[in-house]
Design a protein around this ligand. Structure first.
Ligand SMILES: [Zn+2]
Ligand SMILES: [Zn+2]
Length: 235
């Protein structure tokens, strides 16, 4: 089974990533970036020789503006169903966020109001209500797992190759993520429940995840993630 995982740079230097996963059943878009990310995503599709209609599924790892901001528009362009977890519905529909800054940058970033800006709300075509959703039901490969911690309804896409697209369950780099020190795991600027995030990362490791592709910074290997889990448990 061959997969290609292409990072779509929504912002430069790994500060903000979406991903295009191409496998036997077609292409999956994991996250959609900030509002206005259509051009960046179209460029990634073109580089793979694909067009909008080749996207068979849009997975939102969670409902923050930097991941779900273009989802409603991208659904119109692709005609693909949007999948997210039921616990993420309030955020995807634009309800007020719970923001727990993990460090000073998060506090500063919250003051800018950027993360709380409204974006076009997006409903789910496939509302995940259980812990696991096997993409075989859609003719695609991979498993979507409920991996809460960053937000209550965060999900990760685990591929048979051991690659996992884990959204903001962890991050690496400085400030928002990316830029420098990208091999060093970090908590994302906001994290609702670090111990729950630790449990979710452990579950991914136990299911064979070896490469973690992240929304901010990354990718990180399983060893770095295991170390990060140890630190999260001290929070
Ligand atoms: Zn987030
Ligand atoms: Zn994010």
């Amino acid at each position: 089974m061959q997969f290609t995982i292409k990072t779509i740079p929504i912002l430069p230097w790994g500060m903000l990533n979406a991903f295009l996963v191409t496998g036997p059943g077609g292409a999956i878009l994991v996250d959609t970036g900030l509002p206005g990310s259509e051009r960046a995503i179209a460029g990634a599709l073109k580089a793979e020789g694909l067009v909008w209609r080749d996207v068979k599924l849009i997975i939102l790892t969670h409902g923050h503006i930097d991941h779900a901001g273009s989802a409603a528009n991208i659904r119109s362009l692709t005609g693909a169903p949007v999948l997210y977890h039921a616990s993420e519905t309030p955020y995807c529909l634009g309800e007020k966020l719970i923001l727990r800054p993990t460090r000073f940058f998060g506090q500063l970033f919250r003051l800018t109001g950027a993360i709380e800006r409204p974006f076009p709300p997006v409903s789910a075509d496939i509302l995940m209500e259980r812990r696991i959703f096997d993409l075989a039901t859609l003719g695609l490969d991979g498993t979507v797992l409920h991996t809460p911690g960053h937000t209550p309804g965060s999900v990760s896409l685990l591929l048979p190759s051991g690659d996992v697209l884990a959204g903001d369950l962890a991050a690496s780099g400085i400030l928002l993520g990316g830029i420098a020190l990208r091999g060093r795991p970090e908590r994302p600027p906001f994290e609702e429940d670090p111990r729950t995030a630790a449990g979710s990362l452990e579950e991914l490791l136990s299911r064979g995840a070896v490469r973690f592709h992240l929304g901010h910074g990354g990718p990180l290997g399983d060893y770095a993630i295991a170390q990060h889990v140890g630190r999260l448990k001290q929070c």
